[in-house]
Design a protein around this ligand. Sequence first.
Ligand code: ATP
Length: 452
Amino acid sequence: MAVSRREGYFLKPNSIVDMEKIVALCKRRGFIFQSSEIYGGLSSVWDYGPFGAELKRNVKNAWWKTVIHERDDVVGLDTGILMHPSTWKASGHIDTFNDLVVDCKKCKKRFRPDHLKGKCPSCGGTDFTEPRAFNLMLKTYLGPIENEEGLTYLRPETAQGIFVNFLNILDTTHRKLPFGVAQTGKSFRNEITPGNFTFRTREFEQMEIEYFTHPKDAEDCHKKWIEERFNWYLKLGLKKDKLRLRAHDKDELAHYSTACTDIEYEFPFGWSELEGIANRTDFDLKQHSQVSGRDLRFQDNITNEKFFPFVIEPSGGVDRATLAFLVDAYHEEQIQGANKEENTRVVLRLSKELAPVKIAVLPLLKKNADIVTLAKKIKQDLQKDFVTVYDDSAAIGKLYRRQDEVGTFYCITVDVQSLEDKQVTVRDRDTMKQERISVDRLREYLAKQFLT
Ligand code: ATP
């Protein structure tokens, strides 16, 4: 018995999505869980489950491939979360990495005044304390005694790990300007109002590039990086009408930058920043030179010029990008089943590069030992080249739905007929079309699908 070739057809594609649906899918299918849930959860910290971990890793790998492997002028780096505390003095974070806060006098909750509209969002009170500065860095102590000597911070950005290694990179790679250094890693900010699921959290992951250039080329370079980074999100599947660029007004700029453009995505909660591309000038290298006493100028051996390069910084959030890819990929479709009942199919239309699982191998009858053996053998053969799962824990219709919900590209079903004709059914996630392919040709067939 071969699998029915007509599982159903589309009635109404429908992509209305709200955050409740995304949060529910993430929990149901093991993308994202609340941190420490068995203890009641830790506010605004999230854990990535099996499929979420794959997806997030794919986002970082796609970024690393594009900004390092597919270019000639950027190298990778992986620096510590803990750094010498002088780093944060030099970078300005100790003195200026502040948000303003006010406390509601009635319920004692704390808010950013720019997030208030006259009334306390929690209790409706209207009486607040005077705004005061609140430093966003998380403190920690190194060594056995908690005192000022051991005080340091969890990094609030990965960028500084790159600046303090500028000389090491120059010495070991003999780079000429312009060149960039890129890294991904965790950063921490004691955000006053975290929220919107993984969009704003206190622990998050960044993907940052510091691109060093001659000051006269900085403006041009800034423009190019804005375009490059915008196209990266498009290439990985975000819808064009959900993405936009927003240049910062002068009064929004950080103290170190002369220009910044954000790439924004239209989430269900509104247009919000995915990545900022800033012209950081020579601020950081100058500051670190001054505080460390080491000369961080670049020496041009042809012109003999010695100067501080300018820095263009494309700085994105891994969690925010992952959330945008999830939201954008989420689709609900009304389909008609074999006995004409309508039901909703939830499908994640993630790109081939990002889909956490590429192939699922499903036995049609799990009680038939020969089918199970063949299915497991196919899985073992394919998993060397593609992320492949095996599942026999439900009836085939349910197994398809589960795979659709995590964005698995192809489902391969092994049935009784497969044992005779050595062919299996390959089902396409998006069209739900099914094709019989001979087991011998499977690898070649799939390789072609994933390379085009
Ligand atoms: P926002 O204005 O949203 O607070 P920002 O402008 O302070 O962000 P940057 O300092 O430019 O953010 O950080 C670079 C990137 O790091 C952001 O574009 C975002 O993707 C990510 N990021 C920053 N803060 C957080 C956070 N609290 N949670 C998740 N991601 C974050």
